[in-house]
Design a protein around this ligand. Structure first.
Ligand code: 4AD
Ligand code: MG
Length: 468
């Protein structure tokens, strides 16, 4: 095929006025037609929309056209003309077709019956070529950009925190160990334990569960930072809301108290939803029309409503009253329990009808670094709870007082040895500060309306599943 015309992406072709000679490349979605004419729907991933290719069969090699099957990759040259058919303004009147990659229609698994989300997770090459995953993956990319833009516009510094670490930031012990020791011949210390001094880093290391602790070092020097990277949790939670490898955004701000923290979280998430509505309309409309016709309304309503702020204790009272009035939860509710997503969703969806920020949780169900309240029982935590999702953000004001933090670490029996570097922020020029973590895939669940967190990440990692 002659190369003097440059390829134009389908998204740009669809926005062009008719008249030009163009070159399009992409994958065939469908081919239909009659004896004289074939209509090919071509998609190249630049948009959810296809460009229609009109082929004059009488002037085209039949053998070549037979190779233009669903899934095949082709290049098409022709004139962009006004389309008489409905559904598109322009189409390509093909003058030349080249098959770049054939696709055996018998072996290609993209049959209507094969397209459950579960099935698609097992066919790595095909999943991103479907309309649904194309839309989800474009949205994912757009949201990542929107996040960087948001913080950049506010002067936050993007801080790269390590993926391999010796500290358990959340103190929950759900860490994937990183080692180069020979598992069949593990070196032992004098007490018969594993001799980690022989390991690659000379100590026990894991994949990070959060960049927060390192983020705090950034914030107490640069003022306002954010991290955005992969996060790993070896919790054996096979739920539609948990991944073993997910992405988290963690802003951390010097001189912010919990109120400033909540205000930022609310503004941040609303800005992201607004960005999606303003910049990703075609993909959102596709998902709305195909799966969830309340999606666009739900997104719009979050942008327009003020989040409801209340304490954990007040939240528990509401839930206990619901139980007393006959509402059935799977898990019991009383002061001190960690809320399940059914509880969170009850508050958001049934009781308040809008996103909720719960504050001042019992210290025993929250991490060691949270600022302790005067009551001795609660900490200055804040979780943002969302419709359909439950917890989407977890954060807090941080304990800035060395003595209190030190005492809490002791109380929890945590290893101080791996945290000295962190405690130094409280020893030397400590400052009030706050931060939070937004689960990127939880955000995407909300924005796309998808039901399962495995379907908003290109290559999901969950217990017993690390394909591709
Ligand atoms: O509430 P989490 O555990 O908070 C932290 O990690 C803090 N260090 C954040 C901070 O203050 N800088 O996690 C934060 C968010 C959750 O609200 C949730 O959205 C998401 O991360 N998350 C997960 N997403 C997918 N799969 C998992 N297994 C997740 N665990 C947490
Ligand atoms: Mg949390």
């Amino acid at each position: 095929m002659s190369q003097e015309i440059l390829r134009t992406k389908v998204k740009d072709l669809l926005a062009k006025a008719p008249g030009e000679d163009v070159l399009a490349k992409g994958w065939v979605r469908t081919k239909r037609g009659n004896k004289e004419i074939a209509f090919i729907a071509l998609n190249d991933g630049s948009t959810i929309n296809n460009i229609q290719i009109v082929v004059d069969k009488t002037a085209t090699d039949a053998e070549l056209l037979a190779k233009v099957t669903t899934g095949a990759c082709i290049a098409v040259r022709g004139k962009l003309v006004e389309s008489i058919g409905s559904g598109q303004a322009v189409e390509i009147q093909a003058s030349e077709i080249e098959v770049l990659g054939e696709c055996d229609p018998v072996r290609y698994p993209l049959q209507k019956k094969d397209t459950t989300f579960e099935y698609l997770r097992t066919v790595a090459h095909m999943r991103p070529r479907t309309n649904t995953f194309g839309a989800v993956l474009r949205l994912r990319s757009q949201m990542a950009f929107a996040i960087h833009e948001y913080f950049h516009s506010k002067g936050f510094v993007y801080l790269h925190t390590p993926l391999i670490t010796a500290a358990d930031a959340e103190g929950a012990g759900n860490m994937f160990q990183v080692t180069t020791l020979d598992l069949l011949n593990i070196p032992k210390d004098k007490k018969g334990g594993v001799d980690f001094s022989k390991d690659f880093f000379g100590k026990r290391t894991s994949l990070t569960v959060s960049g927060q602790l390192e983020g705090e070092l950034g914030a107490t020097a640069l003022g306002e930072i954010y991290t955005f990277g992969p996060t790993f949790r070896a919790e054996n939670s096979n739920t539609p809301r948990h991944l073993a490898e997910f992405w988290m955004i963690e802003p951390e701000m010097a001189f912010y108290d919990i109120k400033d923290n909540m205000a930022l979280a609310e503004d941040f998430i609303k800005s992201l939803v607004r960005y999606a509505l303003e910049n990703c309309h075609d993909d959102l409309k596709f998902l709305n029309d195909r799966y969830d016709n309340e999606l666009l309304d739900r997104l719009q309503s979050v942008v327009n409503t003020e989040f409801k702020i209340l304490t954990y204790t007040e939240g528990i009272e509401i839930l206990e009253k619901a139980v007393a009035d006959g509402h059935k939860f799977e898990y019991p509710v009383s002061w001190g329990v960690d809320l399940q997503s059914e509880h969170e969703r009850y508050l958001v969806e049934q009781h308040f009808g809008r996103p909720v920020i719960l504050t001042d949780y019992p210290k025993d169900i929250k991490a060691f670094y949270m600022k302790q309240n005067e009551d001795g029982k609660t900490v200055r935590a804040m979780d943002v709870l969302f419709p359909k999702i439950g917890e989407i953000i977890g954060g807090s004001e941080r304990e800035a007082d060395y003595g209190k933090l030190d005492a809490r670490i002791d109380e929890l029996g945590m290893s101080r040895r791996t945290l000295e570097w962190y405690l130094d922020t409280r020893r030397f020029g400590s400052c009030p500060h706050s931060g939070f973590g937004l689960g990127f895939e939880r955000l995407l669940l909300f924005i796309t309306g998808m039901q399962n967190i495995r379907d908003v990440i290109p290559f999901p990692r969950t217990p017993k599943n690390a394909e591709f």
